[in-house]
Design a protein around this ligand. Structure first.
Ligand SMILES: Nc1ncnc2c1ncn2[C@@H]1O[C@H](COP(=O)(O)OP(=O)(O)OP(=O)(O)O)[C@@H](O)[C@H]1O
Length: 256
């Protein structure tokens, strides 16, 4: 059965998508079969792996989360062309609309878990890129995951949002999913020359299990329009090495 990990933070623009993509590529390159799930209606992860959401309009995450869906999830999963062993369950803009429908259903926290059940044994790892809200979609991701990775941008506002996120994770552990384990925080877009970044990183390290520090660099953005992650484009780049280290943490967790 796949190790399922949510990449989560209710703050926007903290590198959830970038982290999901790069950790997914790192795991796939080792030889694991990996599914990345785009749970964000902005469909950034879908774009990042080189898929136009319009080209998957009929078969995507919405198809399987909709009430009374009869679509086979296997038909909604696409191979990422540039990376062997990497697959995506893509998103489209309509995902925002089905949240309301999901909210009205009973067992609303378990809709994603039920949807993923038929393919769990087909993958070694499933990474879920969560939306930037503590919405019913995020709750679904946390409810079905074995573990959580939290990307946090090294600025004061991002740091302040952590308590609310950790409270939510604790509540989900208590009420819905006792197996959920926080693997740690990735400090993202860190700029060494910034005093604020250094101060926030120090506070993060004092309070959290920091499993990686990702520097802010233009190299990360470069591949996005081509659908190529930095772990693919520049295997030995410092950022790639950190994402590979984080991937190894997940492997260790899955072996326990
Ligand atoms: N290490 C980095 N250096 C420079 N830019 C980065 C880095 N990591 C991510 N970015 C850029 O920051 C922006 C936000 O990143 P990303 O989309 O991964 O964040 P997110 O948390 O998924 O956002 P959202 O909450 O909107 O889904 C993107 O333009 C991305 O290319």
């Amino acid at each position: 059965m796949a190790e399922k990990t949510s990449i989560v933070n209710q703050k926007g623009g903290v590198a959830k998508t970038t982290s999901t993509h790069n950790i997914g590529v790192a795991l796939a390159k080792i030889g694991f079969k990996v599914l990345v799930v785009d749970l964000d209606s902005q469909a950034s992860l879908t774009y990042s792996v080189g898929i136009d959401p319009l080209s998957v309009e009929d078969k995507n995450i919405v198809s399987i989360l909709t009430a009374k869906s009869t679509v086979d999830i296997k038909e909604c999963i696409y191979q990422v062309k540039t990376v062997e062993n990497l697959y995506i369950l893509p998103s489209i803009i309509d995902l925002a609309q089905i949240e309301l429908e999901m909210f009205a259903r009973s067992s609303r926290e378990k809709i994603l878990e039920r949807a993923l059940l038929p393919i769990e044994d087909d993958f070694d790892f499933i990474l879920i890129d969560c939306p930037p809200q503590l919405s019913v979609l995020t709750i679904n991701a946390l409810s079905c995951s074995d573990s959580v990775i939290i990307p946090v941008k090294t600025d004061e506002l991002a740091f302040r949002g952590l308590t609310q996120l950790e409270d939510t994770i604790e509540e989900i552990k208590e009420l819905i999913n006792p197996k959920l384990e926080v693997i740690g925080v990735i400090a993202t877009m860190f700029e060494k020359i910034s005093t604020e970044d250094k101060r926030v990183l120090k506070k993060l390290e004092e309070r959290e299990q920091v499993i990686g520090i990702i520097k802010k660099t233009v190299e990360v953005k470069k591949g996005i329009t081509k659908g190529i992650s930095i772990v693919e484009a520049q295997e030995t780049n410092e950022v790639s090495l950190v994402y590979k280290k984080v991937a190894k943490k997940l492997i260790t967790k899955s072996e326990v």
